[in-house]
Design a protein around this ligand. Structure first.
Ligand SMILES: [Mg+2]
Length: 411
């Protein structure tokens, strides 16, 4: 049966939510950004007026101000975004429980077989969210998730775009390759290197060729472009296990020496390990991503012979990667620690070849104790001693500690 998929995307979400609390923000170009003082001064979101001046997400405040001298900046309030995320998804949920969130401000809905047709539902959601909360959304309506997502990007704000099996070649194939989900920076570079610039050109390249360039993901990409994506929309309460867990941070000052790096690596690893344990997972691979003063990215990866969910071991590995990579040296501007190759935690797989049973068991017990202390007294109640050397470097913004920030979970 032909499917009816919607992708609902809130427009300028952070900025729109902020202007619910302070309506004067609607009248001026405005950007939501981290605090200037701690150098988190990066534009997280902007409103339409700021967009007209060329202000982009990811600009530093300084760049944004240069483009738009009258720009008003406000600090983010994640509690507010979570609240309105639940509210607008609540309206969507009235139409189906096949509702898959994609970040805080987007979701897919599968409304196949619904009494109302997909376009009617899309229009209703658009109008209802706007009148109930003053938020505008754009909605893509299509027969698969990839084109629904693409559709929601095509016309905004406050619009509905339909892409059908009959007109997708006409509507989608002329768009740049990077507009499609799954085309990241590295993929784009590879495609361009082969002279492939549009979604249509991806489709015409064929699965075999794309596979030879990009491996398995190349074949996926071809399916997407050719309109053959058949991935399902998950139920609202379904969770796929994470593929990786990462934690990254740009501290208030550059990391000047190895000790600074050590402090931050321990703090990030702590975060990663806590998330792994929360999901009942262990990792086999640890990678670090370092951004230096010139903003070059350097990435290094290392493997364990056994599976790990202990922060010290993750940190030791990350430090080893940092030290052994001749390309990396302090000062560094930001650092990310990532755990991947994840497997479910079982007691047997924790043992390695030398049978360090007792030591692993002890680590396990300590970690469990730490987790339960944090559950009662907050994340900051326990930390590695090394972090105490420079709490500001290692402990992040207390507002960000605890839940989703700054941990990234890729599924
Ligand atoms: Mg959005």
């Amino acid at each position: 049966m032909k499917r009816s998929i919607l992708h609902v995307d809130c427009n300028n979400f952070f900025a729109s939510v902020e202007s619910i609390y302070d309506p004067s923000l609607r009248e001026v170009p405005c950007a939501v950004s981290g605090s200037k003082q701690d150098r988190h001064g990066i534009v997280l979101a902007k409103n339409e007026l700021a967009k007209k001046f060329g202000v982009k997400t990811g600009d530093t405040i300084w760049q944004a101000m240069e483009k738009c001298p009258g720009l008003r900046t406000v600090e983010p309030h994640f509690d507010r975004y979570n609240k309105f995320s639940k509210l607008f998804k609540g309206i969507c949920f009235e139409y189906t429980d096949l509702l898959e969130s994609f970040g805080i401000d987007e979701c897919w809905l599968d409304v196949t077989g619904n009494r109302k047709d997909a376009l009617t539902i899309a229009e209703e959601i658009r109008c209802r969210v706007k009148s109930a909360y003053g938020l505008t959304v754009s909605v893509g309506v299509s027969f698969n998730k990839i084109f629904a997502k693409l559709g929601s990007d095509m016309k905004k704000p406050d619009a509905v775009t339909v892409i059908t099996e009959d007109d997708f070649r006409e509507k989608v194939w002329g768009l740049p390759a990077e507009d499609m989900l799954g085309v990241g920076r590295a993929t784009l570079k590879c495609l361009r290197g082969h002279g492939v610039y549009t979604i249509g050109e991806i489709a015409c390249t064929g699965a075999e060729t794309l596979r030879s360039w990009l491996g398995k993901s190349g074949e996926e990409l071809w399916k997407y472009a050719a309109g053959l994506d058949n991935s399902r929309v998950m139920r609202f309460d379904e969770k796929t296990p994470p593929k990786s867990v990462s934690s990254g941070y740009t501290p208030y000052r550059d990391l000047e020496n190895e000790n600074d790096v050590r402090i931050l690596i321990y703090a990030l690893s702590e975060n990663v390990a806590a998330q792994l344990r929360r999901h009942g997972l262990c990792c086999r691979t640890v990678s670090i991503n370092v951004r230096d003063k010139e903003l070059n990215h350097i990435c290094r990866q290392g493997h364990f012979s056994c599976t790990i969910s202990d922060s010290s071991r993750i940190a030791e590995k990350a430090l080893e990667l940092f030290r052994s990579s001749c390309g990396i040296s302090a000062p560094a501007r930001s650092l990310t620690v990532c755990a991947s190759d994840l497997v479910p935690y079982t007691e047997e797989v924790q043992l390695d070849l030398w049978g360090e049973t007792q030591r692993e068991e002890r680590r396990d017990n300590i970690n469990r104790a730490v987790d339960s202390i944090r559950k009662r007294y907050g994340y900051g109640a326990v930390c590695h001693a090394v972090i105490m050397q420079d709490k500001r470097l290692g402990m992040f913004d207390p507002k960000l500690i605890g839940d989703a920030h700054p941990v990234g979970i890729r599924r």
